[in-house]
Write a protein of this length. Structure first.
Length: 340
């Protein structure tokens, strides 16, 4: 009797397990079908216009070129003087709508984003862009463009969340001539639940820096309380942040020099909102200053300014390098403000 009961219980358990697996398979298949249905609806937008007969709000002009070059630290002579051209990477700048936006977006583009929003993919992040340059842009050129929804990916799951990559291609013309192509890719996604790292006692941790083979030497220097700047092995140009090759001559040979730690505030912003507790802990909490620091060696880097109230930080303020331990596993270079 005992053996028969055991066999019956085993059979019942196997039947129950097979039933669960079958239900799970149907649910999974149903989920795939639902996702495929949305993807098919999204894919139907490929090839449809995103913008038609767009017009740049301003012609190519010297002030914008100058501001761009100053922000990027690009002193190439081709961008100044009577025969100046615009830096090629400004291709998109002449087509941007600014805070007031553009009025030439297509109905198809709005419908696509409406579908994604309706599916819960309400967040967006830019992922990458590709540019092709066909002719130089010169001051006075009038810019026009058309854009097309080039591709929509299948459903993808990332650390940010689950959604779809949407690629648009913009064909840019100057005075009616083809000037370049700009492909812009975004991820439209439903945010994943985020488990925030916290210190003992519930305090938030600073985000971890991304360390790779191109910048590992910099972070090793920080661990040794040294701020290292790359120096090109061919033309001796200093560069920061660290790059695999020189943006002046293209050489991939380099060594490093140690920064003196002296610098000045080149520009800055004050972060008020939204509050990030891990950053607001600087100097006792509240708003904090994020600055572009010009080091005595001539390169610039982004960091925090500490030691002075956020509303007292000024361009030209002298600063001095310090290393701030934000938690047991992270130490960062920051700059202490002084009187100037």
């Amino acid at each position: 009797m005992t053996g028969a009961r055991e066999r019956r219980e085993e059979l019942e358990e196997r039947e129950a397990r097979e039933g669960r697996e079958a239900r799970g398979g149907r649910e999974e298949q149903g989920g795939r079908e639902a996702r495929d249905e949305l993807y098919e609806r999204l894919k139907a937008f490929e090839g449809r216009p995103a913008a038609t007969a767009g017009v740049g709000k301003d012609p190519v002009n010297e002030p914008m070129i100058r501001h761009w070059c100053e922000a990027m630290g690009d002193t190439a002579p081709a961008y100044t003087g009577p025969d100046a051209i615009a830096p090629p990477t400004m291709l998109q700048a002449w087509t941007m709508g600014g805070l007031s936006g553009h009025t030439d977006r297509s109905d198809a583009y709005e419908e696509l984003f409406g579908l994604l929003d309706g599916a819960g993919c309400t967040s967006v992040v830019a992922t990458d862009c590709e540019q092709e340059y066909l002719r130089p842009l010169r001051p006075g050129d009038r810019i026009t463009f058309d854009a097309v929804i080039e591709s929509v990916s299948e459903r993808k799951t990332t650390k940010l969340g689950t959604g779809y990559f949407v690629t648009t291609r913009m064909d840019v013309r100057a005075e009616g001539e083809p000037a370049g192509t700009h492909r812009f890719r975004i991820l439209k996604y439903a945010p994943a639940a985020v488990k925030r790292a916290a210190r003992p006692g519930g305090r938030s941790l600073r985000p971890r820096p991304v360390i790779n083979r191109d910048n590992a030497g910099f972070w090793q220097g920080v661990a040794e309380h040294r701020l290292l700047i790359q120096r090109c092995g061919a033309c001796a140009t200093l560069r920061f942040p660290w790059l695999p090759g020189c943006n002046g001559c293209g050489s991939q040979e380099w060594d490093t020099v140690e920064a003196s730690g002296e610098g000045t505030v080149f520009s800055h912003v004050v972060m008020h909102h939204p509050p990030f507790p891990a950053f607001s802990a600087l100097d006792g909490g509240g708003p904090y200053a994020v600055a572009l620091i010009e080091l005595a060696e001539g390169v610039r880097m982004v960091s925090n300014v500490i030691g002075v109230p956020h509303d007292k930080v000024r361009a030209g303020m002298p600063v001095r390098l310090e290393f701030l331990r934000t938690d047991p596993e992270l130490e960062l270079p920051v700059f202490r403000g002084g009187e100037g």
